[in-house]
Design a protein around this ligand. Structure first.
Ligand code: HEM
Ligand code: HEM
Length: 194
């Protein structure tokens, strides 16, 4: 399975993302699958519901954790270039993969920042996992509502569309092309004995 994309890997001997990049990818992906259901539940709860405040705190805390992880990930990526994608893909598909990854990064940074701004300029507290308060900004209803628009009216739909496309593309690589692209994001496996 390795043969196609291992050829020509000039920046890495394995044709895989580094273990650090892999770990950051999967932790971030898992957090995204946690933060979204929390968001759906919390915004649909009655204001008086018992756990509403807790879910908002969890949502904000997980979101801020994501932006820190993504900042580390982007810094790591700058020093550890992505292994070349040598799996016989057409040029348009490579451009689409690279472009969609960058838009995913924009969203992974833009959603937490707009979330922070909508709260911080709206006078809503942010209590990181109940441990400490995140500093807020001077009250600005205009900034808060612009950030709410970015977060709720635009950002969330971009998130859904991009994750859908990304996972669909992964499934296409895994089950239709069977070209080992998923392996690039997984640790090297020892050959099986059976
Ligand atoms: C990757 C990070 C994040 C994602 C994917 C995300 C996603 C979402 C989604 C899908 C909603 C529901 C929108 C709706 O249906 O009304 C939402 C609402 C909300 N998010 Fe986030 N969020 C993130 C980070 C944050 C952060 C860091 C904060 C604050 C520090 C935050 C604060 C809020 C608030 C206050 C709402 C309710 C907005 C309203 O209904 O007016 N989010 N978020
Ligand atoms: C079941 C879920 C997922 C699977 C199977 C998956 C799979 C993959 C694979 C195989 C790659 C490497 C593509 C390549 O070699 O060019 C990748 C890259 C990437 N994934 Fe995912 N992913 C998943 C979820 C997510 C989620 C939820 C996010 C963020 C919202 C995400 C963000 C990214 C980003 C930004 C990259 C580009 C990495 C880079 O080049 O620095 N992934 N993913």
């Amino acid at each position: 399975m390795d043969s196609g994309y291992l050829a020509n890997s000039s920046t890495t001997s394995s044709g895989r993302y580094t273990l650090t990049a892999q770990a950051l990818h999967w932790i971030t992906a898992a957090l995204m699958f946690v933060i979204l259901p929390i968001a759906w539940v919390m915004v649909n709860m009655p204001k008086s519901a018992q756990f509403r405040g807790l879910l908002f705190t969890l949502h904000k805390s997980v979101g801020l954790t994501i932006v820190v992880l993504v900042a580390v990930r982007i810094a790591w990526r700058a020093k550890h270039p992505v292994p070349p994608l040598e799996v016989g893909l057409a040029r348009w598909a490579k451009v689409a993969a690279g472009g969609s990854h960058w838009v995913l990064y924009v969203v992974l940074v833009g959603m937490p920042i707009s979330g922070y701004l909508l709260d911080a300029a709206g006078g809503y507290s942010i209590f990181y996992f109940g441990l400490f308060s995140i500093p807020l900004l001077p009250n600005s209803p205009a900034l808060s509502s612009a950030a709410t628009w970015v977060h709720v009216a635009v950002g969330q739909w971009l998130v859904y569309a991009l994750i859908f496309l990304h996972v669909a593309a992964s499934i296409w690589h895994i089950s239709v092309r069977r070209d080992g692209v998923l392996d690039r994001m997984l640790p090297k496996q020892e050959p099986g004995r059976g």
